[in-house]
Ligand binder design. Structure first.
Ligand code: CP3
Length: 351
C-alpha cells in the first residue's frame, strides 16, 4: 500500500523529507472535548480501549483537527499484564491498578505469554479497523510498554512515587526479577509482532520508568531487554522506536541497541543527542510538554528552537528528526496551542 503521507516513515529511515514530521504522545486524550464526549458515552477508558470501533474513532479524532503525520493506536501499555491475568482496572484520579499484583517469586513463575489473537484480540481488531479507516492517509504506530516499565506496575499493583517494591525485588530476588523481565519481553515481542501483522507500520516501546533506575540498575534491568526487543523485531520496513523518559545518560548504548529511532525527553538538548548519535539512528522528540502552557507565539518559538537544536547537532540537516514532545500531553492543555505547535513544525522546517 502506498501512503499519501510517508514523511514519518522516511524520517525514521533518515531519508530526505519535504518538512519535519510530527506526532504527539497521547495525542488522543482528555484535552480534546470530542474525546471526553466519546468517553462519557462509552462509560470508561477500558470500555473505549476494548471496543475496536471506539478505539478507532478516538485514534482518528486528533487527525481530524491537526495535520499530524502519524496515527497512534488508542490503547494502553497495561493491556499485556491484564491479559496475563493481573486484572487491570482504573480508579478515577488514581490511575491504573491491578487486582492481582505479583507478590512472590511463585507468582512470577506462574506467568505465561498470552495468546495475541484470543486474549488480546481486541487490540489486533483495533489495529485492523484503524488501518482500514486511515485508508493510507498516514502511517499507524503500534506500541507496547517496555519490560521494566510493565514490571513496575505488575509488582507495585499501580503507580508509585518511589517504586520501592519493584526495586526491592530487583535487589533481593534478582533471579525472579530477571525471570519476570524475560517472560514480559517474550510477551512484548509477540504483542508487537502481532500488531505489525495486523497492520501497524511502526512500533514504539515506552520505557516510561527506566529513568528511575541508577545507571548500573538500568544496564542490568532495562537496557538488555530493550535491545532484545529491537533486535528480534528488526525488519527492513517496520521501524522500531525506543522512547525512554530520563534515558539521556544511556543514549550511547541506545544508539547501538539495534533500534531504528530513539525517543528522548527534554532533559537533553537535541543538539547534544544528535552529536552523540553521529547519524546512526533517527531521533524523536523532545519539547517539554509544559511548554504548551505558553501562549501560541511562545509555543511557536519553542518549536523553532527545538528544530534548530536538532539541526545544529546533525551537521545543519533536519533529516532524521521526528518532532514530538518529551512525554505525553496532559488533560488541561489547550488544543489551540497544539494546533500552533503542529503548524509551526511544518512551516518552519519546510525544505
Ligand atoms: O499516545 C497516544 O495517543 C496513544 C494512547 C496511549 C494511552 N496510554 C492512552 C491512555 C498510550 C501510548 C499509553 C501508554 C501508557 N499508559 C504509558 C506509557 C506512556 C507514558 O505516558 O509514559 C503508561 C505509563 C500508561 C499507564 C497509564 N494509563 C496511566 C499512567 C494512565 C493515566 C491515568 C490517569 O487517570 O491519568 C493511563 C490511562 C490512559 N491511557 C488514558 C489515556 C488517554 C487516560 C484515560 C482516561 O480517559 O481517563
Amino acid at each position: 500500500m502506498t501512503l499519501k503521507n510517508n514523511r514519518f516513515l522516511r524520517a525514521l529511515r533518515r531519508d530526505p523529507v519535504d518538512c519535519t514530521p510530527v506526532w504527539l504522545m497521547r495525542q488522543a486524550g482528555r484535552y480534546l472535548p470530542e474525546y471526553r464526549a466519546t468517553r462519557k458515552a462509552a462509560g470508561s477508558f477500558l470500555a473505549m480501549a476494548k471496543t475496536p470501533d471506539i478505539a478507532c474513532e478516538v485514534t482518528l479524532q486528533p487527525l481530524r483537527r491537526f495535520p499530524l503525520d502519524a496515527a497512534i493506536l488508542f490503547s494502553d501499555i497495561l493491556t499485556v499484564p491484564d491479559a496475563m491475568g493481573l486484572g487491570l482496572y482504573f480508579v478515577e484520579g488514581e490511575g491504573p491498578k491491578f487486582e492481582r499484583p505479583l507478590r512472590s517469586p511463585a507468582d512470577i513463575a506462574r506467568l505465561a505469554v498470552p495468546d495475541m489473537e484470543t486474549d488480546l484480540r481486541y487490540v489486533m481488531d483495533a489495529v485492523r479497523t484503524i488501518r482500514r479507516e486511515l485508508d493510507g492517509s498516514v502511517p499507524l504506530i503500534g506500541f507496547s510498554g517496555s519490560p521494566w516499565t510493565l514490571a513496575c506496575y505488575m509488582v507495585e499493583g499501580g503507580g508509585s512515587k518511589d517504586w520501592g517494591r519493584v526495586k526491592a525485588l530487583a535487589l533481593n530476588e534478582p533471579a525472579a526479577m530477571h525471570q519476570l523481565l524475560s517472560t514480559v519481553t517474550d510477551a512484548v515481542i509477540a504483542y508487537l509482532a502481532a500488531q505489525r501483522a495486523a497492520g501497524a507500520q511502526a512500533l514504539q516501546v515506552f520505557d516510561t520508568w527506566g529513568g528511575v533506575l541508577s545507571p548500573a540498575m538500568y544496564r542490568e534491568f532495562s537496557l538488555p531487554y530493550l535491545a532484545r526487543i529491537a533486535r528480534e523485531l528488526k525488519t527492513a520496513d517496520v521501524p522500531v522506536i525506543l522512547f525512554g523518559k530520563g534515558n539521556a545518560p544511556h543514549l550511547d548504548d541506545l544508539f547501538a541497541s539495534g533500534a531504528d529511532a530513539i525517543g528522548v525527553d527534554w532533559t537533553v538538548t537535541l543538539e547534544d543527542a544528535a552529536r552523540r548519535n553521529q547519524g546512526r539512528v533517527a531521533l524523536q522528540g523532545n519539547l517539554d510538554p509544559a511548554m504548551l502552557y505558553g501562549n501560541p507565539d511562545a509555543v511557536r518559538a519553542q518549536v523553532r528552537a527545538t528544530l534548530d537544536s536538532y539541526a545544529a547537532g546533525n551537521g545543519g540537516s533536519r533529516d532524521g528528526h521526528v518532532f514530538n514532545l518529551g512525554h505525553g500531553l496532559s488533560p488541561d492543555m489547550n488544543p489551540e496551542h497544539v494546533a500552533a505547535l503542529v503548524d509551526e513544525v511544518h512551516a518552519y522546517s519546510r525544505r
